[in-house]
Design a protein around this ligand. Structure first.
Ligand code: SF4
Length: 298
C-alpha cells in the first residue's frame, strides 16, 4: 500500500513531539492589493488577504500568547511553527520583517517559520533574509501558485506569469529554501486536463509540500461580484474529492500534504455550501483513498 505524508505526521516525526501552527500577522501588505500591481488582488482574495483565521495585527508577543491559548483548547503541543499567512510576508520593509522573524524564531518552543508570499516577491534582499533564517530554523515559504495555465493566471489576476514563478522557484531550490505550493481546483476556466497539468508540474518541481483548495465564493472577495454577474458551475463534493485523490496518486509520496481542502469562512460562504463542512470533505477523501488502495498517514 502506498502511503502519503501529512503535516502532523511529518512534524511529529521530525521533532518527536506534537507541533502546532501559530497563525500570526506580520502587518505586511501585498503588491497586488496596494495598487502596485492592482488594487483588487487575486480574484478569490478575502478582506484579510487570504488569511481569514490569522491574528489581528498587534504586538507579536501578544499574538503568540493568544494563539497558544487558543490552541491549548484543542491540542497539547510542545513546539510551534510561526505561520504568517495573510498577505505577502516578504513584501514591504524587509529590515522590519527580518527583525520580526528573527525575534520569533529565537523563542525556544518555536521550531519553524512558515511565510506565505508570492514568487515575484523574492528579490536579492529577501533572499538574503531567507538564507539567514534558513540557517536558524525550519523555514518554508507558501506560494500561491494555484495553476500553471496562463489563461487562469490572468483570470485570477495573480499579477505575474507562470514563467516568473518557474524562474523564481528554481532560485529557491538552488538555495535549498523549502516551499509549498497552493493549488485551487474548480476555477471556471479549467477542466480536469488543465488541473492535472498543474499537478504534474508540481510533481516535476517536487516542492516540500502542497495545499489543495476547492474554489469557493465568499462575499468579501472580488469573485463574488463576478459570480453574481456571470454564474458558473462549481465543483460538486464528489468531483473535488476525486480530483484530490487523483493528485495524490500523481504526486511523489514524500511531498507533505499540508491541506486537503480550504477553510471557508462559514459566515461569508455563498457556494458551494459543502465547502463549509471541512471534516466531511476530509473524511470523504480518506474514504476514496482507501477505495483506491491509497492511505494517508495519520
Ligand atoms: S497574493 Fe495573496 S494577499 Fe495578495 S492578492 Fe493574491 S491572495 Fe491576496
Amino acid at each position: 500500500m502506498r502511503r502519503f505524508l501529512d503535516f502532523n505526521t511529518f512534524f511529529t516525526n521530525k521533532f518527536k513531539a506534537k507541533v502546532a501552527k501559530l497563525s500570526l500577522n506580520s502587518g505586511a501588505s501585498c503588491p497586488n492589493r496596494d495598487g502596485t500591481l492592482s488594487k483588487g488582488g487575486c480574484i478569490f482574495c478575502s478582506e484579510r488577504g487570504s488569511g481569514d483565521f490569522t491574528s489581528d495585527y498587534k504586538d507579536i508577543d501578544k499574538q503568540i500568547y493568544e494563539q497558544k491559548n487558543l490552541l491549548s483548547k484543542k491540542w497539547k503541543a510542545k513546539y510551534y511553527i510561526a505561520y504568517f499567512q495573510s498577505f505577502t510576508n516578504t513584501y514591504g520593509d524587509i529590515n522590519k520583517l527580518r527583525d520580526l522573524y528573527n525575534y520569533v524564531v529565537s523563542k525556544e518552543d518555536i521550531v519553524g517559520l512558515s511565510l506565505a508570499t508570492r514568487a515575484d516577491c523574492l528579490d536579492d534582499k529577501v533572499m538574503e533574509m531567507l538564507l539567514e533564517l534558513n540557517k536558524k530554523t525550519f523555514l518554508f515559504l507558501e506560494l500561491g501558485m494555484q495553476s500553471v495555465n496562463e489563461n487562469t493566471i490572468k483570470f485570477i489576476n495573480r499579477g505575474y506569469s507562470h514563467e516568473t514563478f518557474d524562474e523564481n522557484i528554481k532560485i529557491l531550490k538552488k538555495n535549498k529554501i523549502k516551499f509549498l505550493t497552493h493549488l485551487i481546483f474548480g476555477l471556471p476556466c479549467e477542466d480536469k486536463g488543465d488541473i492535472l497539468k498543474s499537478v504534474n508540474y508540481i510533481k516535476d518541481i517536487h516542492p516540500f509540500g502542497v495545499k489543495f483548495h476547492c474554489l469557493y465564493i465568499q462575499t468579501d472577495s472580488p469573485l463574488y461580484a463576478y459570480y453574481k454577474n456571470k454564474p458558473f458551475r462549481l465543483l460538486s463534493k464528489d468531483e473535488y474529492v476525486n480530483l484530490v485523490c487523483d493528485a495524490i496518486e500523481i504526486l511523489p509520496k514524500d511531498i507533505v500534504i499540508h491541506r486537503l481542502t480550504g477553510d471557508a469562512d462559514k459566515k461569508k460562504l455563498i457556494a458551494p455550501l459543502w465547502a463549509a463542512d471541512k471534516l466531511s470533505v476530509i473524511s470523504s477523501i480518506d474514504k476514496e483513498l482507501k477505495n483506491r488502495g491509497l492511505d494517508l498517514v495519520v
